[in-house]
Design a protein around this ligand. Structure first.
Ligand code: HQG
Length: 182
């Protein structure tokens, strides 16, 4: 399987396991799982063919381990816009977490804090390098530090996805540390 094919199948899975399952007639269960056979059949019926072997390869080769397989089922590990309860236990975060964004979003973020936007949760990274890569998807990255320790002490709930992304509903401005002027 070449890299382009892996990316194509991965994007197809993201689209239908996170955002638009109904587009191909799929129904995710409350925790976001779907039977792999059902997924493959639904995709085929809507003009996109892949095999179980290809699916396994995409899940294993995925750079961010976006998908999890459990027996005969698959789900996206995070990043949903459809309503799912991933059933992740509340977990104490490290003292600081990081969020990569771009300069154009800063004024709004200073005023309103970090919001989940089209997703379920705000996504935070355990290290600056990962946050830098996330921000770089949109332009020159700006990395914000989040005082996760203080948020946790104040009762904000954190969860960590199977692929190591930290999730919380929102980050109010007072917990954000912006980079200083250069
Ligand atoms: C910004 C990818 C204005 C926020 C990545 C971000 C990650 C605000 C954008 C995962 C705002 C939302 C998530 C506010 C937040 N005003 N802008 N108040 N609050 N924003 O894609 O964190 O490839 O939903 O800074 O690698 O960029 O999908 O979130 O720029 O792990 O697996 O609004 O998605 O992973 O964008 O990325 P996103 P994100 P996958």
């Amino acid at each position: 399987m070449d890299d382009r094919r892996v990316v194509k199948v991965s994007k197809y899975l993201s689209k239908h396991l996170r955002h638009q399952p109904e587009r191909i007639g799929l129904t995710l269960d409350a925790a976001g799982w779907v039977e792999i056979d059902t997924l493959i059949a639904a995709a085929l019926a809507h003009g996109f063919r892949f095999t179980r072997e290809e699916l396994d390869h995409v899940v294993a080769a995925n750079d961010k381990r976006r998908f999890a397989i459990d027996g005969s089922r698959i789900r996206a590990s995070q990043g949903h816009s459809v309503s799912v309860d991933l059933g992740l236990p509340p977990t104490a975060p490290p003292p600081y977490l990081y969020h990569g964004t771009v300069a154009a979003a800063l004024e709004s973020i200073r005023a309103a804090g970090l919001k989940p936007m089209s997703r379920h949760d705000v996504h935070l990274s355990a290290d600056r390098e990962t946050a830098t890569r996330v921000g770089a998807r949109r332009g020159r990255p700006v990395v914000l530090a989040v005082d996760a320790g203080a948020m946790h002490r104040d009762g904000h709930v954190f969860q960590v996805s199977a692929n190591g992304v930290w999730l919380t509903r929102a980050v109010p401005p007072r917990y954000l540390r912006f980079p200083g002027p250069r």
